[in-house]
Design a protein around this ligand. Structure first.
Ligand code: AP5
Length: 206
């Protein structure tokens, strides 16, 4: 199996984390998520303050901090699915210098679906597993009872994150589209259907 380098782009709530996990299992790849890495280091002191202050406001964490996080994660990965990076054009440049990419996917999902997916997301604090109040609740009652909402999934922060995405990250999508590298995938529908669209694109190419 080739060590694919896969980039998953898409707005907050598009299903990048959900699909990244499935792709990693399918192709035996590492999941590199700047969001997960930053959440694990939320209170790390940097010259800009902690990542927490930016994340809870729905703002981007400064490039200097995120670039270091990315570099460390990529150093330890052969094949990977990258999710959450790049989020602006300077990060695109940094990524270009750091690695090459085999697939650049864009998960296309409408705004109201994004808000519904994000505000309904719940996380198991013990395993880090994501669920959804409407689409995907755990059967185990003990797990159901301990689920929490991410601070940045409250509706006002969600709306801010979507604005930050439009302003900073849509130009990133446009950059890959203009370069002819973007594979646009319908991100609506059941997770299994979205996954099939992604694997079809990879297998057609192998
Ligand atoms: P990050 O964690 O990367 O958040 P995000 O990009 O906003 O993406 P999400 O994790 O919210 O959504 P997702 O697309 O992964 O969707 P998911 O699969 O979970 O970043 C968080 C913060 O960190 C940023 O705001 C920023 O502050 C900072 N940060 C991170 N990277 C940075 C960078 N490069 N530069 C600067 N700052 C950075 O799905 C969402 C929900 O929907 C789940 O409940 C799931 O169960 C459900 N769901 C998924 N797919 C489906 C489906 N097909 N049908 C029904 N439900 C579904």
């Amino acid at each position: 199996m080739a060590d694919h380098h896969i980039l998953l782009l898409g707005p907050p709530g598009a299903g990048k984390g959900t699909q990244a996990k499935k792709l990693c299992e399918e192709y035996d790849l590492d999941h590199v998520s700047t969001g997960d890495a930053l959440r694990a280091n939320k209170d790390m002191e940097t010259e800009y303050g902690t990542p927490r202050s930016f994340m809870e406001a729905g703002e981007l964490v400064p490039d200097e901090v995120v670039n270091e996080v990315l570099e460390t994660a990529l150093e330890n990965a052969d094949g990977y699915v990258l999710d959450g990076y790049p989020r602006n054009l300077d990060q695109v440049e940094f990524l270009d210098d750091a690695t090459d990419l085999d697939y650049v996917f864009f998960l296309d999902v409408g705004r109201e679906t994004l808000v519904e997916r994000l505000t309904g997301r719940r996380v198991d604090p013990e395993t880090g597993e994501n669920y959804h109040v409407k689409f995907d609740m755990p059967e185990d009652e003990e797990v159901r009872e301990r689920l929490v909402q991410r601070d940045d999934d409250e509706e006002d922060v969600v709306r801010e994150r979507l604005e930050v995405y439009e302003e900073n990250t849509e130009p990133v999508i446009e950059h890959y589209r203009e370069g002819g590298d973007l594979i646009e995938v319908d991100g609506e529908g059941a997770p299994e259907d979205v996954f099939e669209r992604l694997t079809d694109a990879i297998e057609d190419d192998d």
